[in-house]
Design a protein around this ligand. Structure first.
Ligand code: PLP
Length: 402
């Protein structure tokens, strides 16, 4: 049978699980907010649904405080401001991440220091972090990417030893656990995204979690136009945060997020089991190497799932062509989800505030060897994972057609 790209029958025609998922729970929650006439964000403090969500989500992730904001980007920006990052400071971030991690730093006026990733995990390489610390370093942003984690033991050690704030970018890491600690509770602040494709979504949204009362209070203040906490509410004040904005969310978003939070555990279990099963099976194919998940990362799910592809084992077929063939076989897939930060930001912005090391061999090689699969595929069954393996094997067998 020839490849679907050459007119053959696709390996899979059955639809994949859809995303996002909702049912009567979300519909009822939305209706309740509608009828309550409390639609907007709480101006002087979190609105009722938001407050409930902040409490539940932060507790679930090992923190005492949660502050909802309008996006994951806003969460990073507000978190950076809350630890006092500004012009003249340096912030270290990994080369492989969505560019919001970098642009949030640039928005504060600080300098972005991009470091390479570890070849096994594709997450921030702690050795590169160590080398990049200067007396101007004010914060490190560690990112959970590809259902994986950087060495959080080493990175927290480095941040503590050097008295540098550690902000965890958990935009892709809802429900992750590093040893016994939830992602987002290891550093000083954890930042999550609720954008449409994320593990929990309200279309858009974000949250900052922390165990530091002062940081939480600052985040709340910055989120709501610089109001200062009075006796029990946030009031307009003078002479406080100049860097304030309106980053509030609506009660509709919070209501949906409360329902989504109830689904997190079950979905995580399904995705993690499917991810581990798929990796085991793909490992058996010569030329395919799933990313190695750090064994200390006990709870995880892929966003996106990533495996390394070696064209040499596929008759020299480029990764781009391989991905085209995989899509035609009925497996939604892509290459590396974003070009390395070192390349993206330097193409678009004045490099004056971006410190680039001479080379990013690991991150830049990732473009040539990465194949990614979206998270919602992992909500399916083991048989669904088998069809992915089948499609890869078929392409390998027929690589001469490409
Ligand atoms: C690693 C990472 N950080 C930050 C963000 C920004 O989140 P948002 O899109 O909600 O602004 C994203 C979103 O894709 C992300 O993947």
């Amino acid at each position: 049978m020839s490849l679907a790209l050459r007119g053959g029958k696709p390996t899979r025609t059955k639809p994949w699980p859809t995303w996002p998922i909702y049912n009567e729970r979300e519909i009822k929650a939305l209706e309740e907010v509608l009828r309550s006439r409390f639609w907007g964000g709480g101006v002087e403090d979190s609105g009722p649904k938001e407050k409930e969500f902040e409490e539940k989500f932060s507790k679930r992730h090992g923190c005492s405080y949660g502050v909802c904001v309008s996006s994951g980007t806003a969460a990073l920006y507000v978190a950076l401001l809350s630890v006092g990052v500004g012009p003249g400071d340096e912030v270290i971030a990994p080369a492989l991440t969505f560019w919001a991690t970098g642009s949030a730093v640039l928005m504060t006026g600080a300098t972005l220091v991009v470091v390479d990733v570890d070849p096994e995990t594709y997450c921030m390489d702690f050795r590169e972090v160590e080398k990049s610390i200067t007396n101007k370093t004010k914060a490190i942003i560690s990112v959970y990417n590809y259902g994986n984690a950087p060495d959080m033991d080493k990175i927290s050690e480095i941040s503590k030893e050097n008295n540098i704030a550690l902000i965890e970018d958990c935009a892709r890491a809802h429900g992750f656990m590093w040893r016994e600690k939830p992602a987002g509770s290891i550093g000083d602040l954890g930042c999550f995204s609720f954008q449409q494709g994320k593990f929990m979504t309200a279309g858009e949204g974000g949250i900052i979690i922390t165990n530091n009362e002062l940081y939480a209070e600052r985040c709340r203040s910055i989120r709501t136009c610089g109001r200062i906490k009075g006796d029990d509410i946030y009031k307009i004040g003078i002479d406080y945060w100049l860097n304030w904005w309106n980053f509030r969310i609506t009660q509709f978003q919070a209501a949906i997020l409360l329902a989504q939070l109830e689904r997190l555990e079950e979905q995580l279990k399904t995705r993690q089991a499917n991810c581990e099963y798929l990796s085991k099976r793909l490992e058996e194919i010569e030329g395919i190497q799933p990313l190695k998940v750090d064994s200390r990362l006990t709870r995880h799910q892929p966003w996106p799932y990533l495996f390394k592809y070696d064209p040499k084992s596929f008759g020299g077929v480029s990764v781009i062509r391989f991905v085209e063939a995989l899509n035609e076989e009925g497996i939604p897939s892509g290459g590396l989800d974003h070009p390395p930060l070192s390349m993206t930001l330097s193409a678009h912005l004045s490099s004056a505030r971006i410190v680039r090391k001479s080379k990013y061999p690991v991150a830049e090689r990732a473009i040539q060897e990465s194949v990614t699969l979206p998270q919602h595929l992992f909500l399916g069954t083991k048989e669904d994972m088998d069809t992915i393996v089948e499609a890869v094997e078929k392409i390998k067998k027929h690589s001469n057609e490409l």
